[in-house]
Design a binder for this molecule. Structure first.
Ligand code: ATP
Ligand code: MG
Length: 397
């Protein structure tokens, strides 16, 4: 009857009374994420979601190879734990055993090195006259008969052939792991402070994985930071949006503000003063756009502005919660996630960041309240905030 994609749900299935809302959101997100892959039927049975083409000649379902792109898109939808490419058909056990052999024939063409296998059958339709053990044993016997080079192995076989008997029958082998999490849209929206570095895109990805839609704000100091630096941030926002769904990127012109600070703030406090103003501008943008929190890529102790003292004096200027999902992560772990989501290569492009241009050689690592008061005494902070909010470019990604 054709090829289909099987997507397994994860944490969503642990939800109690709300489960329906989570599932509806998940299917909605799948529909949106897969909108470029032709007309699709997306339906659910128990903890599985089946995706199949409405039109027979959809090239994305031609075979496992052709389905790679759509499968990858499915893995990026939070709420899905794993994905398989399956053949769907109708019929009794005589049909099933033939399909199992045929599926194995194609699989062995791609993987002539396979020598051992096992069959795992599941019976969703309990009225089916054989139980799952009988199905596995019979189909496994047929496969060995057809391909004498294969032998059955229960532990660590080269491949597992899955047979599912439900309202229809399905045969598939192998699965790719997805990004898990909860469907985006099941939590309130967050405003991510997105720089061109490694950390903030990962922070955005992590919060989106808990169901949070995102908007982003980037502080740009043209011409001290180049157009390439801005393009890099736009590209990172695009990568994050592959997981979070469509988002708005607000680009704040930060040049005047930064120059004012360089002139009027002690060298060793510029980073802190700058970050305090950034957060206040971000909070205002968040309020204007219905976001309920701010998100940063800070990690405790990673740089001078991320000591507990520095975090305290930057935290105190805003009322909204600031979520810092990387706070306890090792840099190596953050880099691993960055690679997994495809952001790393872009993040390490060598374009300067507005924070790296004016930073002091020896920033204060343990700023006190008095340090902050002193650092800001010659700066009109409310003016700086208004200045920042006056010149915002918003891009929909
Ligand atoms: P990243 O790798 O995300 O750039 P970092 O290790 O360079 O982080 P900092 O420069 O201290 O650390 O920045 C800490 C956080 O502040 C960033 O993760 C980001 O959330 C935010 N931030 C820093 N600079 C900017 C900027 N120019 N625009 C928007 N947010 C920024
Ligand atoms: Mg940075």
């Amino acid at each position: 009857m054709g090829n289909v994609i099987l997507a397994r749900m994860g944490e969503v299935t642990l939800k109690g009374l709300n489960r329906g809302n989570f599932e509806t959101q998940l299917k909605h997100n799948l529909k949106w994420r897969l909108r470029g892959f032709g007309k699709l039927d997306i339906y659910q049975s128990q903890s599985r979601i089946w995706i199949e083409p409405k039109e027979e000649d959809n090239p994305n379902f031609a075979d496992g190879e052709a389905a790679q792109d759509i499968m990858k898109a499915v893995t990026q939808v939070f709420g899905i734990v794993s994905v398989s490419f399956a053949v769907k058909f109708e019929g009794d056990f005589e049909v099933i055993r033939k399909e199992a052999v045929e599926y194995t024939r194609v699989l062995l063409q791609e993987h002539p090195e396979y020598k051992t296998f096992k069959v795992e059958a599941r019976r969703g339709d309990k009225s089916f006259p054989m139980d799952s053990r009988e199905i596995s044993a019979e189909a496994g016997g047929d496969i060995i008969e057809a391909f004498p080079q294969l032998s059955a192995k229960m532990k660590d076989p080269d491949f597992i052939l899955n047979i599912e008997v439900r309202d229809f029958n399905y045969v598939y082998s192998g699965k790719i792991m997805a990004h898990r999490g909860l469907p985006v849209g099941t939590a309130g929206k967050g405003m991510l402070l997105l720089s061109g570095g490694i950390d903030s895109p990962v922070a955005g990805y992590m919060m989106a994985s808990r169901g949070m839609p995102l908007e982003c704000v980037y502080f740009h100091s043209h011409p001290y930071t180049s157009d390439q630096a801005k393009d890099k941030v736009i590209e990172l926002a695009r990568i994050v949006s592959g997981f979070s769904g469509t988002l708005k990127l607000h680009i704040v012109n930060f040049t005047e503000i930064q120059l004012d600070m360089v002139r009027n703030s002690p060298q060793d406090m510029i980073t802190i003063t700058m970050r305090r103003v950034m957060l206040q501008i971000a909070e205002r943008l968040a309020q204007q756009n219905n976001c309920k929190c701010l998100i940063t890529g800070e990690s405790l102790g990673q740089v001078a502005s991320q000591t507990l003292e520095a975090i305290n004096v930057t935290n105190e200027v805003v009322k909204m919660p600031i979520l810092r999902p990387l706070i306890g992560l090792d840099k190596q772990d953050t880099c691993d996630i960055s690679r997994r989501i495809g952001a790393f290569e872009t993040s390490i492009l060598p374009y300067e960041d507005c924070c790296t241009i004016f930073v002091a050689k020896h920033p204060k690592t343990h700023p006190t309240k008095d340090d902050v008061i002193n650092a800001e005494k010659n700066i009109n902070i409310p003016n700086m905030i208004e200045l920042g909010l006056k010149d915002v470019e918003t891009i929909v990604i």
